[in-house]
Design a binder for this molecule. Structure first.
Ligand code: UFG
Length: 339
């Protein structure tokens, strides 16, 4: 049985990926410092899969503790590296914290992986590396634009660090997954997104408004150059995204070659506007979500969606869950949270 370390494995995407990994028969060691996650997620994972993964409370920047963890859980075959800060707006105010956690954390991890001869890494990257693309949809070969925020900059730097390390080490293989906008929750409603305080992201804001926690959704701008004037994104079901990690990992572990670097866009290939997804949510769940159009949010990209041919053909993966099911899962999770 292959052993996989999952940093940030109690987070939103991490926890869904751990579920999929355990369902596929992988042995999982979660490394998470609980800075933006809850220990209760571990019980949710256990309930869904019938198996409790190993868990270590470690900040990946703490190289000594990471070493001890790799020693304790000997022969880790691969790492999926989620652990990172992820709020675009916050990153502007806390630039140093973002660079430290996201960049130093990766360097610390790669250092320990080399010491323990762990030669495979799947990295959580983001479509944020493309900035506002000139041509849509974006392919993996679309130009990398100057980052709009320290957060985006840490993702670009991390991609460069991994690319250069693969070139230098030869034995290390890496897959960079550029996620679009993950949404939804596990259909069991045992795990899902747990935003702290007022949500920054659209879907948790919609579900909290539907639940009556927020008065109304603010739609940031209807004067963009899009059909209905609101921004367009590629919303991908978190469980489809989790499955992309499993197939990426299987591809790496099944390959006889080392020293490869591959990049995949992980999205649906379809763009939806803020107003479209809002109306789809109301229709899928039969609930009303009061909303108001307000001014644009600083730093927002007008529109982006993925070209997913490479992931479809090379990984044999595609997003398959219908949007109404995804939106129902998000609402079911919100209702569960509200008891
Ligand atoms: N939006 C609203 N109202 C809200 C929240 C969001 O209208 O209350 C709009 C935004 O203006 C944007 C769209 O909904 O047009 C999506 O916004 P999100 O904040 O949910 O997502 P972003 O596309 O801004 O950012 C997300 C992740 C980032 C990641 C980026 C690209 O939060 O971490 O996708 O990968 F970098």
């Amino acid at each position: 049985m292959k052993k996989i370390a999952v940093t940030g494995g109690l987070g939103y995407i991490g926890s869904h990926t751990v579920v999929e990994l355990q369902n596929e028969g992988f042995e999982v060691v979660i490394i998470d410092d609980l800075s933006n996650s809850e220990i209760a997620v571990l019980a949710g994972i256990e309930k869904i899969t019938g198996k409790k993964p190993a868990f270590e409370t470690i900040d990946v920047c703490d190289t000594e503790k990471l070493r001890a963890c790799f020693k304790k859980h000997s022969h880790i075959d691969a790492v999926i590296h989620f652990a990172a800060y992820k709020a675009v707006g916050e990153s502007v105010a806390k630039a140093l914290e973002y660079y430290r956690n996201n960049v130093c954390g990766l360097i610390s991890l790669l250092t320990v992986m080399r010491e323990f001869e762990c030669a495979n890494i799947v990295f959580s990257s983001s479509c944020t590396v493309y900035g506002q693309p000139d041509v849509l949809p974006v392919t993996e070969l679309s130009p990398i634009k100057k980052a709009e925020s320290p957060y985006g900059s840490t993702k670009q730097m991390s991609e460069d660090i991994i690319t250069d390390t693969v070139a230098a080490e030869k034995s290390l293989s890496a897959i960079l997954l550029r996620y679009f906008n993950p949404i939804g929750a596990h259909p069991s409603a045992l795990i899902g997104e747990l935003p702290k305080g007022v949500p920054n992201n659209l879907l948790p804001y919609i579900t909290q408004t539907a639940a009556g926690l927020r008065t109304e959704l603010h739609v940031f701008g209807n004067d963009y150059n899009t059909p209905d004037g609101s921004c367009i994104r590629d919303y991908i079901y978190v469980l489809d995204l989790a499955q992309a990690h499993v197939v990426a990992l299987q591809r790496m572990l099944g390959s006889k070659e080392s020293g490869s670097l591959e990049i995949f866009n992980i999205g649906t290939g379809k763009g939806l506007s803020v107003l479209e997804i809002l109306h789809e949510f109301m229709q899928a769940n039969g609930v009303n979500v009061p909303y108001k159009i307000v001014g644009r949010r600083a730093g927002d990209i007008e529109q982006i969606w993925a070209e997913t041919t490479r992931a479809n053909e090379v990984l044999g993966w595609r997003a398959h869950t219908p949007l109404n099911e995804v939106l129902q899962s998000a609402w079911k999770w919100e209702q569960k949270l509200r008891g």
